[in-house]
Design a binder for this molecule. Structure first.
Ligand code: SAH
Ligand code: SF4
Length: 380
């Protein structure tokens, strides 16, 4: 598949550059190699996005930077908060496309509000080609892949937004505990751009964010899971299972026709064995679709075989779709089958934690309604 790029007359996002590529650009201009590190320090350590403010660089270098790269390829246009636990940020890209990024704050017991665990959920594509029947991101189809620079820019935009109302966060690099690649799009269908972006987030000259604190969620692209298993950076993996038999999974996830369980599960196993780390199986509970006790029992077999943790997520209603979550009794009965079989399982309860459903919905709503009243970023 050809990689889709934004219109060519636009400047490339700065955030797609690496220490090596920037050093090369600078060498072409006759600049010293150490300038690359200085520029990256401004961007990733000091979080400055205006070359004019990079005061240890010459005026001509600052001008060249501003003329060559876009330092704001993504502009947050709307922030929506749910019960002070999640912030969904809708952003506009250079070509007008809309994407979502989500911050989830989970308070830590016995620790002040400031030290709540923060997770950021990033998107990798505009829309999604995989068309899972229950998902808002898949509804309007796939528009394009995000570039490496756009993926990194999401993180930086959110960091800056956080800095604006928690000035002390500036001292704590990135100030996020975890990154989950669970936003809009299928991450492993934009493999190269995603891996390059995660490399920049991970790099010592970049955000210095540990690979073990990054989780990639996939609808189950078996060959790419095998490829990911070979990567030197040890990311965590979550698999959106949502059906414990081919019959049920195919009904709601067309991708299961291409990679049925007989192909997906061995790939997941290979990944887990290679990394020696537990993977997560995500299972949305949808009323009368995949929430029977037979499904729970089939899920027990899969989870045991993979030594996987199961994350049960009561379905979040999507505007325009008829699916519903089962009632709490049914959710608990399902979870009990797993627990009784000693499978490690969590059942999401708190509304604000329903981050998985978050991405894609705000964009959908925004595009359908035309506009949603913006909430100022400093609302808290
Ligand atoms: N494409 C990847 C990552 C993005 S979706 C994937 O499918 O894994 C992130 C998670 O949100 C997936 O597990 C997805 O199935 C789940 N999800 C999508 N719509 C949802 C909804 N309405 N309610 C709950 N979870 C949903
Ligand atoms: Fe795409 Fe994931 Fe939504 Fe399926 S669940 S349509 S793969 S974003």
């Amino acid at each position: 598949m050809m990689r889709s790029m934004p219109a060519t007359d636009l400047k490339p996002a700065f955030y797609g550059e690496t220490l090596a590529s920037l050093t090369e650009h600078l060498a072409e201009r006759g600049e010293k190699p150490f300038r690359a590190k200085q520029i990256l320090d401004w961007v990733y350590k000091k979080r400055v996005d205006d070359p004019a403010a990079m005061t240890n660089l010459s005026a001509s270098l600052r001008e060249w930077l501003a003329a060559t790269f876009d330092f704001t390829p993504l502009r947050p246009i709307l922030t929506k908060s749910a019960s002070d636990v999640t912030d969904k940020i809708l952003s506009r890209l250079q070509d007008g496309s809309l994407i979502e990024t989500v911050i989830i704050r989970a308070p830590q017991e016995g620790v002040g509000q400031d030290r709540s665990r923060k997770t950021i959920c990033i998107s990798t594509q505009v829309g999604c080609a995989y068309g899972c029947r229950f998902c808002a991101s898949g509804l309007a189809g796939w528009k394009r892949d995000l570039t490496t620079g756009e993926i990194v820019a999401q993180l930086m935009a959110v960091c800056r937004q956080e800095d604006a109302h928690t000035p002390r966060a500036r001292e704590e690099l990135a100030s996020f505990d975890n990154i989950v690649v669970m936003g809009m799009g299928e991450p492993l269908a934009n493999y190269d751009s995603l891996l390059a972006a995660l490399g920049i987030l991970n790099a010592e000259w970049g955000l210095g964010f540990g690979a073990r604190r990054i989780t990639i969620s996939t609808s189950g692209l078996a060959p790419q899971i095998m490829r990911l298993a070979e990567e030197p950076m040890g990311f965590r993996l979550a698999i959106s299972l949502h059906g414990a038999t081919d019959e049920v999974r195919t009904q709601i996830m067309p991708v299961n026709r291409k990679y049925p369980l007989a192909e997906l599960l061995p790939a997941a196993r290979a990944f887990a064995e290679k990394h020696g780390r537990m993977l997560t199986l995500e299972f949305i509970l949808i009323n009368d679709v995949n929430d029977s006790l037979e499904q729970a029992r089939a899920l027990v077999d899969i989870a045991r075989n993979l030594h996987a943790h199961v994350n049960l997520i009561p379905y979040n209603t999507v505007q325009g779709l008829d699916w519903k979550r089962p009632n709490v009794k049914r959710q608990e009965a399902f979870a009990r089958v797993l627990r009784d079989a000693r499978v490690s399982v969590t059942l999401r309860r708190e509304k604000g934690h329903d981050i998985n459903a978050a991405c894609g919905q705000l964009r959908l709503q925004h595009e359908e309604d035309g506009a949603v009243a913006p909430v100022p970023a400093n609302r808290r």
